[in-house]
Design a protein around this ligand. Structure first.
Ligand SMILES: [Zn+2]
Length: 72
């Protein structure tokens, strides 16, 4: 018996496959873990590299990098 596919999350799953970081920013090995979570309207990926031990969060910013200063 198979469970029917829940279509509500198909777009989120496709976006995750498209956007999840694949390689460690420290040593360029394939990442062991890239877990996506949301904080307000930001998507974040908690990442861990099994090759060098690096861990960190990566936040996609869209077309341009986002700065820390308020708009002026
Ligand atoms: Zn690494």
């Amino acid at each position: 018996m198979t469970t029917p596919l829940d279509r509500r999350f198909v777009a989120d799953a496709a976006a995750h496959r498209r956007d999840a970081p694949r390689f460690c920013p420290a040593c360029a090995a394939g990442l062991g873990i890239a877990t996506e979570f949301w904080e307000a309207d930001e998507r974040r990926f908690y990442c861990s590299c099994t090759a060098c031990g690096w861990t960190g969060e990566i936040t996609p910013t869209g077309d341009v990098a986002s700065g820390h200063e308020p708009d002026h």
